[in-house]
Design a protein around this ligand. Structure first.
Ligand code: 3PY
Length: 251
């Protein structure tokens, strides 16, 4: 399977900075990459990035993604953005259940599962994030936590489960500069792979990304692990040279 390198810009960027970043990425992607590439950008910039993609042929190698999606289809949900709206703007992906949303917005496993279902219903691939906190890891609960988080999404999405992407993002490695070692990450990916295999005979189609301070220096060793099918990249996706190095490592 082709690896997927997805940038998560988080709440960063401006019209000018996005144009500069995508201009630099277009130069670096003049030769089509061997992996799949996506950028998950703040909602107000989706249309801008889509327009830049139309204007620069090299950017056709990059798929567009959102960082969140509403679990609701439409209606009185102030501030929410529906999956149908994201689809209309050209999104292929939407991140759901990023730990920053679980932590700062109180998103439960059930809500994340509903968001994944709403995305799938509109033809958007949810990038479902799972991961344990430092306290949970230290208490020996890593496996239990990630399995519980993924089980909620499996339960709510039935046979569509083969259409999702999973991202393992240990919370203690997000924005801290700490990374899971390749062996630590692989161990969790093995657990997730087995869980997916038990849920669907199409599990081989499901990419399991590693996220949590993947950067230009550690990407190659992480991506060399047998069950790491790509990366969800935070800060390093904002620097064209670093993001291109990670893309090159995902061959
Ligand atoms: C990080 O690398 O910090 C991320 O949270 C990616 O989603």
């Amino acid at each position: 399977m082709k690896k997927l390198i997805a940038g998560n810009w988080k709440m960063n960027g401006s019209l000018a900075a996005n144009e500069a970043l995508l201009g630099a990425l277009a130069q670096g992607l003049a030769v089509k990459p061997a992996c799949e590439v996506a950028v998950c950008v703040p909602a107000p910039y989706l249309a801008q990035v889509q327009a830049l993609k139309s204007a620069k042929p090299a950017l056709s190698a990059i798929d567009l993604g959102a960082q969140d999606v509403s679990a609701q289809a439409s209606g009185a949900y102030t501030g929410e953005v529906s999956a149908a709206m994201l689809k209309e703007l050209g999104c292929r992906y939407a991140i759901v259940g990023h730990s920053e949303r679980r932590q700062y917005h109180g998103e439960s496993d059930a809500l994340v599962a509903d968001k994944a279902r709403a995305a799938l219903a509109s033809g958007i691939t949810p990038i479902v994030c799972v991961g344990e906190t430092l306290a949970e890891r230290e208490a020996g609960h890593t496996e239990e936590v990630v399995k519980r988080q993924l089980a909620a999404v499996i339960h709510a999405n039935g046979h569509c489960i083969s259409e999702i992407v999973v991202a393992y993002e240990p919370v203690w490695a997000i924005g801290t500069g700490k990374t899971a070692s390749p062996e630590e990450a692989q161990a969790v990916h093995t657990v997730l792979r087995a869980q997916l295999k038990a849920a669907t005979d199409q599990s081989a189609r499901v990419k399991i990304l590693y996220g949590g301070s993947m950067n230009a220096a550690n990407a190659a060793t992480l991506l060399a692990q047998p069950d790491i099918d790509g990366g969800l990249i935070g800060g390093a996706s904002l620097k064209a040279a670093d993001f291109l190095t990670i893309i090159a490592a995902a061959q």
